[in-house]
Design a protein around this ligand. Structure first.
Ligand code: SF4
Length: 398
């Protein structure tokens, strides 16, 4: 790395930080959807939102209540009835349960873990906006989700009482920022889960984006089609299309069992609305860290006309060490997957370099040993960054 590129790396890491304001009001939209949902036998069951709720339906051991409530105090808990229905309570290693049930190990923060692991704050020019790559921005409209994944990379800012629904003033500033920069080709709604917004709020944002001609693509990152398929309504789909942009939806799916019949119906509705569907998967110890499970997932996605886009190496989010596997093990797994799958079924295996230096594909030459048992990760600009690797986590719950 020469002196110029060293300075360049230094400058990128010194950009201003802006925290979002605090407000959790947007969750009411998701709650209203729950109230509206009925089944032939009456109102549908509600989302489980506490350790007590989970214990009441036999999903957690009452003897662990005190320890798990300490986790719940720090990181929000939510499991929708659709997700609860996928869990086999007799299986202590159920891969769906592992993603959503709180675990005592979440309170163990490792030295390498970061509150903002992918560096959103360092690239936030105005509240709710992240501008890391020249041609695209993230627009974070809310900080709540229908479920709370225990490995969430934004767990310090996503959850009840943790962050804001973007105010009108902040939204104005974010849209002005986008309008003033013709290089911004793509706006990515992310979160919190954008489908937890009301159709009316989504439409407001989409119509305002419609007025910004240089934005050609609206991308929506969501867990809802599998975790809360009832949120995929014609009104929300119409609202997104009101942007007049090419709309892409990137579905977060980690296991083939998440593609339930209701989830598949939601995906079909999305596709029939003319929205392109891709997926992102997090490589998670005890959930999908074997080639057979990943192969089954990718084939199920392609069969549902969802293009596998990213396989993420898990981020260094606090209290998530038990979900991570070593990088070289992930690369071995990916090589096996690449041997088995065709190009349309094979996602890119990527690492978001801690600190906000962007994603790099791990199957390419972005990774080298540092000579001391660790790794150097090379970003798109040729800058090298140390990556603290670790031993393999055990898959059992504490
Ligand atoms: S859906 Fe995404 S943002 Fe929400 S908790 Fe899960 S990983 Fe985090």
């Amino acid at each position: 790395m020469n002196e110029d590129s060293a300075r360049h790396c230094e400058e990128r890491s010194d950009e201003a930080i802006q925290e979002p304001s605090r407000d959790s009001g947007l969750l009411r939209f998701a709650r209203n959807d729950e109230k509206a949902m009925t089944t032939p036998s009456g109102p549908a069951p509600k989302t489980l939102r506490s350790v007590a709720d989970l214990a009441a339906v036999g999903l957690t051991d009452p003897d662990r209540a005190a320890a798990l409530e300490a986790v719940e105090e720090r990181y929000s808990v939510a499991m929708t009835p659709e997700i609860a229905a996928l869990i086999d309570p007799a299986d202590p290693d159920d891969p769906i349960a592992r993603q959503f049930l709180p675990d005592e190990r979440e309170l163990e923060t490792r030295p390498e873990e970061l509150a903002d692991p992918i560096g959103d704050n360092a690239f936030s020019p105005t509240e709710g906006l992240v501008h890391r790559y020249p041609d695209r921005v993230l627009l974070k409209l809310l900080s709540v989700c229908p479920v709370y994944c225990r490995f969430c990379f934004r767990r310090e800012t996503v959850g009840l009482g943790k962050g804001a629904g973007l105010s009108e003033e902040a939204l104005d500033k974010a849209l002005t920022y986008i309008a003033e920069r013709p290089q911004i080709f793509e706006v990515i709604l992310t979160g919190g889960d954008p489908l937890a917004l009301s159709a009316r709020r989504l439409r407001t944002v989409a119509e305002r984006l419609a007025a910004i001609e240089h934005v050609a693509v609206l991308r929506v990152h969501t867990r809802a089609p599998t975790a809360a398929p009832r949120l995929v309504t014609p009104e929300r789909l119409d609202a997104m299309k009101a942007s007049g942009k090419a709309v892409y939806m990137v579905l977060h799916v980690n296991h083939a069992r998440e593609l339930s019949p209701d989830a598949r119906a939601a995906v079909t509705a999305i596709q029939n609305a003319g929205v392109s569907t891709l997926s992102q998967t997090v490589l998670l110890a005890g959930v999908n860290d074997d080639a057979d499970t990943l192969e089954r997932l990718m084939r199920s996605l392609v069969a549902a006309r969802i293009t596998p886009y990213y396989l993420h190496h898990p981020d260094l989010a606090p209290g998530t060490g038990h979900f991570r596997i070593p990088l070289d093990e992930g690369r071995r797994l990916y090589a096996e997957l690449a041997r088995r799958l065709s190009g349309i079924a094979l996602p890119s295996y990527v690492l978001d370099i801690p600190g906000g230096y962007g994603k790099v594909p791990l199957q390419q030459s972005h990774l080298e040993r540092d000579g001391n048992g660790g790794w150097r990760v090379i970003d798109r600009s040729g800058c090298a960054h140390s990556y603290a690797d670790e031993g393999r986590a055990t898959a059992e719950r504490a």
